[in-house]
Design a protein around this ligand. Structure first.
Ligand code: MLT
Ligand code: MN
Ligand code: ZN
Length: 304
């Protein structure tokens, strides 16, 4: 199975357009050993031709231009993207659907009923796309159930609801529902190899722990180092867990949790621009290295 990280940054990317924080300003000036990151998305394929897109970021144009294997091959209009899985309805994961409006076939979108509700109400992308390529929505299981996707040979998916948060424009923002956010296992049927993908992971419940243990590779929430990182940077008062993201440091944090996963490859993704792990010379990054936890970057390829 081939996995390509299209964008490893959280909402806003790195650097963020209006951000003058320690890291964004130094990156722009070339004073930070770190790489630019676009917003959160990956793509997976078994055959290298037919790709399943996970999330559609506002940066999708440049992400696709940077990845030859997914570009058009046949006829005057074509794409390697055969279907799209959305893990939530956040702006950084869904706005790219609008950039795909020129598609000559309907977009085959797999997401929860909750995400569909948001994308037909508070952020009505599906309604807007009715005037362009149209969307075929497919509901995904929330109980860890399996599904396969026509046109995507040799991959089987398993999805479950995660404890996280619906976005600010969701009609149920303050009333969490199963399916506001999901985690997905992607299994290559021929080899049995498994990737677990969850860029928004606020709490690792027992069933999530088991699912993670069963995966060869974890590609999981790397948004924040500290719970109050944004307020410490003087940006806003939002706390990591309030946003549905488990911070890496501290008691019960991601680093401590990942100690239990000795045999799995561990990679953090969806990294916010305030997170010091972006700085390759930081002590926080060195701590991750010592724990054999990797940090995803744009263009990273994982072969499973
Ligand atoms: C999140 O995952 O919490 C988002 O990146 C926030 C945002 O896009 O504003
Ligand atoms: Mn996000
Ligand atoms: Zn910044």
């Amino acid at each position: 199975m081939k996995v390509r990280v299209l964008g490893a940054g959280a909402g806003g990317g790195f650097p963020q357009w209006n951000c003058n924080c320690y890291q964004c300003s130094r990156l722009r000036r070339g004073e930070l050993r770190a790489s630019y990151r676009t917003q959160s998305s990956i793509t997976v394929s078994s055959d290298g031709y037919n790709w399943l897109l996970f999330n559609a970021s506002p940066d999708i144009r440049s992400q696709l231009e940077a990845f030859t294997a997914i570009q058009p091959r046949h006829g005057v209009r074509d794409s390697g993207i055969k279907a799209i899985v959305l893990i939530d309805s956040q702006i950084d994961h869904t706005t790219g659907l609008l950039m795909l409006r020129e598609s000559t076939v309907p977009l085959e979108v797999y997401c929860s009923d909750m995400v569909r509700q948001d994308l037909t109400s508070g952020f009505p992308l599906f309604n807007m796309l009715e005037h362009y390529c149209t969307v075929n929505h497919h509901s995904v299981p929330l109980d860890g159930g399996a599904f396969e996707i026509p046109g995507i040979a040799d991959l089987r998916l398993y999805s479950h609801a995660l404890k996280s948060k619906a976005p600010p424009y969701s009609p149920h923002r303050h009333d969490a529902h199963p399916g506001d956010n999901i985690g997905v296992t992607i299994e290559q049927i021929s080899s049995g190899r498994r990737l677990y993908y969850a860029p928004g992971l606020g709490e690792i419940e027992p069933h999530v722990f088991q699912t993670m243990n069963d995966a060869d590779c974890l590609l999981i929430d790397g948004t924040f180092w500290q719970h109050d990182e944004m307020s410490k940077a003087g940006i806003c008062e939002k706390l990591a867990l309030e946003m549905g993201h488990l911070p890496q440091s501290g008691h019960g944090g991601m680093i401590e949790t990942l100690k239990a996963f000795e045999n799995n490859r561990k990679i953090l993704i969806h990294i916010n621009n305030t997170n010091p792990i972006l700085n390759e010379d930081s002590s926080e990054r060195k701590q991750l290295n010592a724990e054999r936890i990797e940090v995803a970057y744009d263009g990273m390829e994982i072969e499973l």
